[in-house]
Design a protein around this ligand. Structure first.
Ligand SMILES: C[S@@+](CC[C@H](N)C(=O)[O-])C[C@H]1O[C@@H](n2cnc3c(N)ncnc32)[C@H](O)[C@@H]1O
Length: 255
């Protein structure tokens, strides 16, 4: 018996991994985060599977499901949105399973920030502009560690992807403007890869109004940084004719 902690991807069921689809359609117990995992994914469960929405459950109740499945020798597909290890609240579930001696495995998924980047068709790491992506969130009911306040993180000027923060967009912009500047490009992607996906583009100075006008209040990724609009970045060294690497010899000599 095993619990499989599965990433269901950002919404489009075609972005499930083959492994995720195989497990969801074969496990006798499917426990899913109902607030976010799409119905089409859960519809893959086998007809006689016990399918449980965990959105109204406490950690103790979730653990009880796993203990019951362990006692009945039944595998569990524990389905989370995006990738289960990014803002997934999976660490506490894994800790419980370790304490109880329940075997588990993690199946990664397509995280929503990469789905958002794909929707925008922008590479988030560009030579000489930003080689770092900061995955973070605005401070809400979950306090941020002191050294990870947005104003602190902003000092790097790296591309930033914010989860769980669209309702705090005003605070996000106020924290970032002093470092990134009010003209810094921002995009908000609502429900990336879903039929109702919306993209709002702007700057730190005007995005709040645009997002309000679009009526977006939840389930969005905010991406901030000059990689969103830059076109004058240097070509990477990877394809440069004077650059050799393990798989290709330089075609011309370096000057
Ligand atoms: C509890 S977190 C889960 C993140 C998830 N584990 C992941 O890797 O994408 C929920 C947040 O993820 C983001 N999110 C999840 N799915 C999304 C989607 N399809 N489009 C945009 N943002 C999404 C939103 O910021 C949302 O508030």
């Amino acid at each position: 018996m095993k619990v499989y902690i599965i990433g269901a991807g950002p919404g489009d069921p075609r972005l499930l991994t083959l492994r995720a689809a195989e497990l969801i359609s074969s496990c006798p117990v499917v426990l899913y985060t109902g607030s976010l995992v799409p119905r089409a994914v859960i519809a893959m469960a086998r007809a006689n599977a016990e399918v449980i929405d965990s959105s109204g459950m406490t950690l103790d109740e979730i653990t009880e499901v796993m203990v019951r499945a362990r006692d009945a020798n039944q595998n569990v597909a524990r389905v989370h949105t995006g990738d289960p290890l990014i803002f997934g609240s999976t660490a506490e579930q894994m800790r419980r399973m370790e304490q109880l001696g329940i075997e588990y495995e993690v199946v990664p998924g397509v995280t929503s920030f990469s789905a958002a980047a794909a929707a925008l068709r922008r590479e988030l790491t560009l030579p000489e502009l930003s080689q770092t992506v900061i995955l973070t969130r605005a401070e809400g009911r979950t306090p941020m560690p002191e050294r990870e306040k947005l104003g602190e993180l902003a000092r790097h000027h790296a591309t930033m992807a914010l989860f769980l923060s669209v309702t705090l967009l005003r605070e996000v912009c106020e924290s970032l403007i002093p470092e990134y500047g009010a003209d810094c490009p921002v995009a908000v992607v609502y429900r990336a890869t879903c039929p109702e996906q919306k993209i709002v583009r702007g700057t730190l100075g005007d995005i709040l109004l645009k997002v309000r006008q679009a009526g977006i209040k939840s389930q969005s990724i905010i991406i901030v940084g000059r990689t969103l609009t830059a076109n004058d970045f240097a070509d990477s060294r990877l394809y440069a004719p004077d650059f050799s690497h393990r798989f290709r010899k330089a075609k011309v000599r370096a000057e």
